[in-house]
Ligand binder design. Structure first.
Ligand code: ADP
Ligand code: TRP
Length: 352
């Protein structure tokens, strides 16, 4: 796609926090949509490392607790955790098909202008708006001691979206309120200083919530994930550990209430799904056999991405080059926006 055509398309932006290994809930809930959209818009995707800092202390404590239980693990210091997570997410996205020639792919912290915009936006954002944030309230009610960054997280997220004057923001439903806050903040700024920001629209992926191995929503904090890049024994352990009901082998099984079947549906064709449903209903087919079919599907589905991931791990220069090029593109857009913002609020233009 030529640059002129790309720039005439809607700007699509999303961010992913670098906070641990990505699982198949993240893939079907977010990553797959991001990658599919790179042919349909002027895409900007970034690794939210400034945001990840808001929960880095918890990540470090979790690692210390794990190392206390498992003496073979050496806990990493916080800075190593952050750096490793950013590198891992970058490699994961590239391995899964993100093409840096199509989408600008970059680290949030390579664009320091986003922090400047966050500050300016914070001066038009009401305390009440932030105090109503579900995500913040949830974390605090679960015992997390909040830092100021966690409280102002939605303002930085608004800056991420607005600085690139994004039109569409593909995210999971859990981000709905953050998007509403972004629109609110954009409206306050435009009202105070004149139209600068287009109103961004959230695009929700309506695919069902991916269940975890215990039947609850798959999520890092529940310990019920199947990681995208798990392989061999680790993948087998996760799949064979999926919780099912306890039916005798001869009994028919109900595909509509089974976690194994729900996961299988994500990976198989309609004909394959129907074939498995027939086996479930016929009886004489156990969950162990169903899990083996699921295991083969997951293994095959991500096989090519796993190979690409291994190659990228051996070529850190390629990963760095993609992120650097992405940052140059993103930063040039961010700087144009910031010149306009500074002018509108009455600040002088910085000497270059
Ligand atoms: P986690 O719940 O594991 O901490 P995140 O909150 O970092 O995952 O989610 C990153 C993205 O993946 C979000 O867009 C979220 O909506 C999506 N996502 C996470 N878990 C699931 C799931 N089980 N099903 C569908 N989408 C999910
Ligand atoms: N808060 C988002 C999440 O947890 C990550 C994020 C940060 C983001 N900035 C963003 C998503 C801007 C979309 C747009 O998933």
């Amino acid at each position: 796609m030529s640059t002129a055509i790309r720039e005439s398309l809607p700007r699509i932006l999303s961010g992913v926090q670098s906070s641990g290994k990505l699982h198949i809930g993240n893939y079907f809930g977010a990553i797959k949509q991001h990658i599919e959209r790179q042919d349909k818009g002027d895409c900007f995707f970034f690794i939210a490392d400034y945001h990840a800092l808001t929960s880095l202390k918890e990540a470090e404590e979790k690692e210390l607790a794990l190392a206390a239980k498992n003496k073979q693990l050496t806990p990493r210091p916080a800075r190593q955790i952050l750096a490793d997570n950013v590198r891992d997410v970058a490699i994961d996205y590239l391995a899964l098909g993100l093409d840096p020639a199509k989408a600008a792919f970059f680290r949030q912290s390579d664009i320091p202008e986003v922090c400047e915009l966050a500050w300016i936006l914070s001066t038009v954002s009401g305390m009440g708006l932030l105090e109503r944030a579900h995500s913040y309230k949830d974390k605090v009610s679960h015992g997390l001691t909040p830092n100021v960054g966690l409280f102002t997280y939605p303002i930085l997220m608004a800056a991420d979206i607005l600085i690139y004057r994004s039109h569409l923001v593909p995210v999971g439903r859990d981000q709905e309120q953050h998007l509403e806050m972004t629109r609110d903040i954009a409206g306050s700024f435009n009202h105070a200083f004149g139209e600068v920001f287009p109103m961004p629209e959230a695009v929700f992926n309506e695919a069902a919530i991916v269940p975890g191995t215990d039947g609850r929503k798959m999520g890092k904090s529940y310990g019920n994930t199947i990681d995208i890049f798990a392989e061999g024994k680790a993948l087998e352990r996760a799949v064979m550990g999926i919780v099912t009901d306890k039916k005798a082998l001869e009994e028919p099984l109900d595909p509509d209430t089974c976690n194994v079947f729900a996961l299988y549906k994500l990976f198989a064709s309609p004909a394959e799904i129907e074939t498995l449903a027939v086996k479930y209903r016929a009886g004489g087919f156990g969950y162990g056999a169903a899990k083996k079919e699921l295991l083969a599907k997951i293994d095959g589905y991500f096989a090519a991405a796993r190979e690409r991931r291994k190659q990228l791990e051996r070529n850190p220069g390629l990963v760095e080059e993609a992120l650097t090029n992405g940052a140059h593109r993103a930063r040039s857009v961010a700087q144009v926006t910031m010149r306009l913002v500074r002018e509108r609020v009455g600040m002088h233009q910085r000497p270059v």
